[in-house]
Design a protein around this ligand. Structure first.
Ligand code: TYC
Length: 149
């Protein structure tokens, strides 16, 4: 959550809040106004005539969210890895049912490359490592890679 402290310089906090977004360096959008709280720092405390210190804290209550980068995990064709081995991998590491695993395997077999799934970076990286380790353990040349979407 972001907070912005702004020195208002007078008593009229709520009047000041009608500024356009550029007044706040673009950090506060006008559409966010109703989602923000304006607190008069120290308002109502003794010695300030109930007018506050002239400093407002504007708190963004709407969380800023960013969509993560997504990565395709791909299988590459080769002439040696058995088809059953590839369908097994698609079921074991990509949660595919046998018919879907077979469809993807045949797509790779016919087109040279095919998509196993789309994941965030760490999940994609883990799946690539799992597949490559499993293929090596079983002495298969199968290649699994990831690419940014
Ligand atoms: N081309 C392989 C064969 O004929 C099968 C295969 C499919 C291999 C998909 C790898 O990613 C692959 N045995």
């Amino acid at each position: 959550m972001k907070s912005l402290v702004c020195n208002l310089g007078n008593d009229d906090v709520f009047g000041q809040f009608n500024h356009s977004s550029s007044d706040f360096g673009g950090h506060v959008r006008k559409s966010d106004d109703l989602e923000n709280l304006v607190k008069l720092a120290g308002a109502g405390k003794s010695g300030d005539n109930g007018k506050g210190s002239g400093t407002a804290v504007i708190t963004r209550t709407k969380p800023e969210t960013k969509r993560p980068n997504m990565y395709r995990v791909l299988l590459l064709n080769d002439d040696y890895t058995p088809m059953e081995f590839v369908t097994h991998i698609l079921q074991k590491y990509f949660q595919k049912a046998l018919d879907e695993a077979t469809r993807i395997m045949l797509h790779v077999h016919q087109h040279g490359v095919g998509e196993c799934g789309i994941y965030t970076f760490e999940v994609a990286e883990t799946k690539v490592t799992q597949v490559m380790d499993f293929a090596r353990k079983h002495q298969q040349p199968l290649q699994c890679i990831m690419e940014k979407k």
